[in-house]
Design a protein around this ligand. Structure first.
Ligand code: ADP
Ligand code: MG
Length: 483
């Protein structure tokens, strides 16, 4: 007979190995589902602590980290737990509140995971519809899953020249759905400029202010899938009936309907019905209607009945305001010079801008380091290098300074010495060529010069290249470093 304690010890040992195994399995699922950068930022720092029955405890570096995981990866974590432990697997977080020192252990607190909300299955229209119908019958609890995300509101949508028309039209529609001439409202603009945010804000506003109105947000992709399923399951009539019942239909990314003739026919049908009944339709697209190829003319002409408003890339001031709002909502303070640096360096779209800020906050909470310009630079370099392999202004400055054997400080300084002026002008010239930064931002990165100085520098290099073969050769050589 084996004494009790032996099996006890054995069990201890196994369970220790179990926790690593279980977490490894989770990580495999997670890694397959998110970009590398996010995986590194959010999942590599996690330590699996223990597995008690079906409860897996993981240690995360901070409260912020925990909240971020719960806000953004709750479904993914659920999926990972399903796979590694099973449907009844649970997650518990152990949050490091104080990293401790030689004298005392790190202080942690435990939080059980929030129960993962039941997600409506996107491709199974039958299920969605049944739920929706039950709920519609039960008028006191209109719990229809409207696919609205409450985090998107007008309050946290920063207004700027870039979005003024779209925002105010959206707000007008939200206040008087179906009653303005903005029907349909079509919002278009490039990726990450806030289309989804704005139209979700419209939906949320209506839901909060008009109890009786049925608001539905759907991506065109989901709409298409539901349509296809309804054909497969012989429930096309249910599908159209369902959509014809809504008071406000928000349909995101209609460019996705391109070339899908059958889906377009049905959408056309639903569109006409809703419009006739005075119901509000809101749409987004990544390009203006006239450039939407593969969409039927009759649909396109309907789109133009209401108002078409575009979202542009935000200008510098709006970018600053967006960053500040974001930080404020996370309760985090960052020095203005860092904010300014980021706003000057990321100017393509808001999603990217947010990505940088989030990554900065994560790093700050990991390393417990103050967020300074240096950290911002490194973060930016990692993100840009990893994802786009673009040349950054910092790389240009480093390479040029190196080439001429001067310091970066000299390159940016006010010094009028010839040995500094020429490299400085060259670096600005290359910055214009390799980055899509506006002149004002290039000036900022060169010791706060104004944009006319940048123009002057670029012109000088142009002229020199025309007159002096040595300069031409230098430029070629420098260019070769960026290829
Ligand atoms: P799109 O749908 O155009 O690709 P999103 O609506 O998903 O873009 O926006 C990308 C991110 O940028 C979101 O997190 C959104 O909240 C944020 N964002 C975009 N525009 C603004 C704005 N004007 N104010 C605040 N946040 C914004
Ligand atoms: Mg979108």
């Amino acid at each position: 007979m084996t004494p009790d304690y032996v099996s006890f010890t054995l069990e201890k040992v196994t369970s220790h190995r179990d926790v690593d195994m279980v977490w490894d399995k989770c990580l495999r699922v997670i890694q397959e589902n998110i970009p590398d950068q996010s995986y590194k930022t959010w999942f590599e720092p996690i330590r699996p602590l223990r597995l008690h029955g079906k409860v897996l405890t993981i240690q995360v570096p901070s409260q912020f980290f925990y909240e971020w995981l719960e806000d953004n990866y709750v479904h993914l974590l659920r999926k990972a737990l399903d796979y590694s432990i099973g449907r009844d697997g649970m997650l518990e977080y152990s949050i490091i509140v104080d990293t401790g020192n030689e004298k005392h252990q790190p202080l942690t607190m435990n939080v059980p995971t929030v129960k993962t909300p039941q997600t409506a299955r996107p491709d199974n229209f039958g299920t969605d519809l049944r739920n929706a119908n039950n709920q519609v019958k039960d008028q006191d609890s209109l719990q229809l899953d409207t696919y609205l995300n409450a985090n998107y509101s007008f309050d946290n949508f920063i207004e700027g020249d870039c979005n003024r028309l779209a925002r105010s039209a959206g707000f007008a529609v939200a206040q008087r759905p179906g009653l303005t001439s903005f029907n349909p409202l079509m919002v278009y603009g490039g990726v990450g400029l806030g289309k989804t945010h704005l139209v979700q804000a419209i939906g949320n506003y209506i839901r909060n202010h008009f109890n009786e109105k049925l608001v539905l947000y759907v991506s065109s992709e989901k709409f298409t899938n539901q349509f296809i399923n309804s054909i497969k399951n012989n429930t096309l009539q249910d599908f159209t009936d369902f959509y014809m019942k809504v008071d406000v239909l928000v349909i995101d990314d209609v460019q996705f309907l391109s070339g899908k003739e059958k889906t377009q026919d049905t959408f056309f049908h639903i569109f006409n019905h809703l419009h006739q009944m005075g119901k509000q339709i809101v749409m987004t697209s990544d390009r203006p209607p006239r450039e939407l190829q593969g969409l039927q003319d009759r649909l396109l002409s309907r789109f133009k009945w209401g108002l078409t408003a575009d979202l542009q890339t935000p200008d510098f001031e709006t970018r600053i305001a967006i960053i500040q709002k974001k930080l404020q909502s996370e309760g985090i303070n960052i020095d203005y010079d860092v904010i300014e640096y980021v706003a000057h360096s990321v100017n393509s779209n808001v999603r990217e801008l947010e990505g940088v800020i989030i990554s900065l906050m994560a790093q700050a909470s990991l390393t417990r380091r103050e967020i300074d310009v240096e950290l911002a630079k490194n973060t930016l370099r990692n993100i840009v290098m990893d994802e786009e392999k673009e040349v950054t202004i910092d790389t240009i400055q480093e390479i040029v300074a190196d080439y001429f054997e001067i310091s970066i400080a000299d390159l940016k300084s006010k010094s009028r010495k010839k040995e500094n002026v020429y490299p400085r002008q060259l670096a600005m010239f290359l910055a214009k060529e390799y980055t899509d930064l506006p002149l004002k931002s290039i000036g900022y990165h060169f010791g706060g010069r104004d944009h006319s100085t940048v123009i002057h520098s670029i012109q000088s290099i142009h002229e020199l290249m025309g007159n002096d073969p040595d300069v031409e050769e230098t430029v070629q050589k420098l260019r070769s470093y960026f290829k």
